[in-house]
Design a protein around this ligand. Structure first.
Ligand code: SF4
Ligand code: SF4
Length: 412
């Protein structure tokens, strides 16, 4: 029998969605129905054997962690209080002056460098933007159970293709919005003068070049002290207080996130965008700000549900292999390789993507070389060939546009 004294508080215990682990606080800050959704198993993003190192020249050590995460104050406060292993990492960020009242935040110079990295298609390869939480020895994230919305929902390959990516992207937007709302709300709850802080941050935009050190690209000491005001030196206490207030109000976090009017630091953000070279400006978020806060979490959640439906739905018509799909098998050494490729829609025989599959998946796709309305026998055959749930198999390959619907001709 388990000892309830040793039970981990669900607020910080890992939450598994499908096969994927996210921070425990998601149990509380998202609507209850969210936990009942079916989450795809993203088997193709094999992070500890990262395919992008070979296919896209990603760095072996950082892979997609060539990104400086914005981690909310209360998440770092929870991490600091509940997981000793995170303390040296968080203290290092404090020493490096990356901890601002809302949470960990990059300087304007680092922001512009990141935009440039993405524009030059160097994501995953750069030197300038590296996450300080990555453990280079083992490739693990040092704040895994407290990581932010972007890190928790990023998959470089999706089993449901574009539809799967759109589903996760919508969750990123939703959780990002909630994180922003809760970080601002928790500061106000503990008596921190948040609006004065935002007006100070906006003022620093008048001399954006002075907000960071050109060599280290950290926030400059003067700006950092100005932003924290009389609270400089109490940063970690403030983070812990924010965590405590979130913990105390855990059962109302979704309602709170929906009731907060998020304050933007528009003037500062405009100035930060000016640091981006003209030729890379297309990569700046369309509304010109660093975060899009114009839609409420409630409304974003409706889009999550729509995209969830879109990702899993199957047509009530026969399916056939897309004419742009190539199924190929070859022998390398004494190993048989099975591959599925999709040609680009408009560009002759150019290949859009290729993936390796198991023999059973390959043979199941071959069934659809002829148009077929999947009935009991087909579903059983797929299940026995793949060992998978045949409905999941069909929706994955349909979402990836490998299987397409075919309207049978009307009998004359
Ligand atoms: S999500 Fe990142 S680490 Fe994981 S497989 Fe993709 S690029 Fe590699
Ligand atoms: S916080 Fe963790 S998952 Fe996110 S970029 Fe850093 S190491 Fe990677």
């Amino acid at each position: 029998m388990s000892n309830p004294k040793n039970a981990v508080d669900p607020l910080i215990a890992p939450l598994v969605l499908g096969d994927h682990t996210v921070p425990g606080i998601w149990r509380y800050m998202l609507p209850y129905e969210f936990l009942g959704l079916d989450f795809p198993s993203e088997r193709e993003s094999t992070c500890l054997d990262c395919p992008r190192i070979v296919s896209d020249n990603y760095r072996q050590d950082y892979r997609c962690c060539t990104y400086f995460p914005k981690v909310p104050n209360y998440m770092l406060g929870l991490a600091f209080q509940n997981d000793k292993s995170t303390r040296p990492l968080i203290k290092q960020q404090l020493k490096s002056r990356f901890l601002l009242p809302e949470g960990m935040q990059e300087s304007a110079r680092m922001y512009a460098d990141f935009i440039e990295q993405v524009a030059k298609e160097e994501f995953g390869q750069g030197e300038k933007t590296l996450c300080p939480y990555l453990n280079k020895e083992n490739g693990y994230c040092g704040i895994y159970l407290y990581r932010n919305s972007v890190c928790s929902t990023f998959f470089c390959k999706n089993n449901h293709g574009d539809k799967g990516q759109k589903f996760w992207d919508e969750i990123t937007t939703l959780v990002m919005q909630i994180e922003l709302a809760l970080s601002q709300w928790s500061l106000e709850e503990i008596g921190f003068d948040y609006s004065s802080y935002i007006s100070r941050l906006n003022k620093t935009g008048n001399q954006i070049d002075k907000t960071f050190e050109p060599q280290t690209r950290k926030w400059s000491e003067k700006t950092y002290n100005y932003l924290w005001g009389s609270d400089v030196g109490n940063e970690l206490d403030i983070y812990r207080e924010c965590a405590n207030v979130i913990e105390k109000n855990r059962n109302n976090l979704w309602e709170i996130a929906n009731s907060v009017n998020i304050t933007e630091s528009i003037e500062y953000e405009k100035s930060a965008n000016k640091l981006v070279l003209k030729k890379y400006k297309d990569e700046i978020p369309p509304d010109g700000s660093l975060d899009d806060i114009t839609v409420s979490p409630q409304d974003i959640y409706k889009d999550v549900v729509k995209k969830h439906h879109n990702m899993w739905s199957l047509p009530n018509s026969p399916l056939v292999l897309n004419s742009k799909v190539v199924l190929s098998n070859s022998t390398r050494g004494n190993k048989k390789l099975y591959e599925v490729s999709l040609k680009k829609r408009k560009v002759g025989n150019a290949i859009e993507w290729t993936c390796s599959v198991e023999k059973g998946v390959f043979e199941s796709l071959e069934i659809f070389k002829q148009m077929i309305m999947p009935g009991f026998d087909t579903m059983e055959k797929i299940r026995s060939l793949t060992g998978e749930d045949s409905k999941i198999f069909l929706s994955e390959w349909f979402s990836k546009n490998v299987l397409v619907k075919k309207i049978p001709p009307k009998a004359s």
